[in-house]
Design a protein around this ligand. Structure first.
Ligand SMILES: C[S@@+](CC[C@H](N)C(=O)[O-])C[C@H]1O[C@@H](n2cnc3c(N)ncnc32)[C@H](O)[C@@H]1O
Length: 297
């Protein structure tokens, strides 16, 4: 584990193949997907929240962090409890569903990532969630380190990825990548994660990505961009609805422009590669890849 710097007592590091696997399904029928969506769309009252917590006590760590303010400026600034309880709400309808099943198609992001995958690479994933993208990437790289800010997601990903001997799952603090040494990864990627960060936390995270990438290493992230016509429509409709409810959600992509994101990459020394567009519903269509220059500072 050349990439590992230090693991504090608060952080979790799990070798995925040491955990006993608990079967979670990635394929659901239409009826099951509809049941999950219906469960997630119901208003979350205090009684339901307590029942979900009782069913899944491992969420308590994340809830405690949120209530203590630890995650507030990272992602879940306005609706922390709903975000954390969401996977369990879905599972109340389909008990063995993996977190992320039924989200929009993962293939378009993987198609853009694929040319950057090689069997000798050491890759780092940010915001792995339940391991939806990770399970597809793991067979195509030498080593994969999956990270997430939530303890509950780290626990679930390590169960879901138990079959892959080359996968390690670690919890990060969401602000930085202190655990990892400078220049230790060939590839850093994230699907549906960095767009949730406000500009300064995002710039800080990109700076960390540039630090942990090896010279010539590449990062691949997707974003909702306000200058993409479909993303712009989605963003505006979402924000209008939230403004009407007087409650903006931390779990909604921030409205970045492509030029703003490119400037952030360049500021931390990542050279922007040509952007790709995904054919997906919702947000997060634009994929921006960056390369740490070979021999660069
Ligand atoms: C929408 S989910 C995407 C999960 C996965 N990438 C996928 O596509 O299935 C976003 C995930 O990113 C995590 N996350 C959000 N901000 C993060 C941060 N700053 N650092 C690490 N993980 C973060 C959340 O906990 C959540 O699991």
């Amino acid at each position: 584990m050349r990439w590992l710097q230090a693991i504090s007592s608060r952080q979790t590091l799990l070798r995925a193949n040491r955990r006993s696997p608990r079967a979670r399904r990635w394929e659901l029928s239409e009826a099951e997907l509809e049941r999950m969506a219906a469960a997630r769309s119901r208003p979350l009252d205090a009684r339901t929240a307590l029942m979900l917590l009782a069913r899944s006590p491992r969420l308590a760590t994340d809830v405690a962090h949120v209530l203590g303010g630890a995650l507030r400026s990272v992602i879940f600034d306005n609706n922390p409890l709903i975000s954390i309880l969401d996977a369990e709400r879905g599972r109340s309808a389909v008990p063995d569903a993996a977190t992320g099943v039924g989200w929009y198609d993962e293939q378009p992001f993987l198609d853009v990532l694929a040319p950057h995958l090689r069997s000798e690479l050491i890759a780092l994933e940010l915001g792995c969630g339940g391991g939806r993208i990770s399970r597809r990437v793991a067979p195509m790289v030498g080593e994969l380190v999956c990270t997430d800010v939530l303890a509950s997601m780290v626990a679930e990903a390590s169960e879901n990825l138990a079959a892959y001997a080359n996968v390690t799952v670690a919890q990060t603090d969401g602000f930085a990548l202190h655990e990892f040494q400078e220049r230790s990864f060939d590839l850093v990627f994230a699907q549906g994660v960095l767009g949730y960060l406000d500009p300064n936390p995002l710039l800080g995270m990109l700076d960390e990505v540039a630090r942990v990438l090896r010279p010539d290493g590449v990062c691949v992230f997707n974003f909702s961009t306000i200058d993409h016509p479909q993303d712009m429509r989605w963003q505006l409709e979402t924000v209008r609805e939230q403004a009407r409810r007087r409650r903006f959600s931390g779990a909604t992509d921030r409205a970045y422009t492509r030029a703003q994101l490119s400037a952030m990459y360049e500021a931390v020394g990542l050279h922007v590669l040509p952007a790709a567009e995904l054919a997906v519903a919702g947000a997060g269509r634009v994929v921006i890849a960056g390369r740490r220059p070979a021999g660069g500072a």
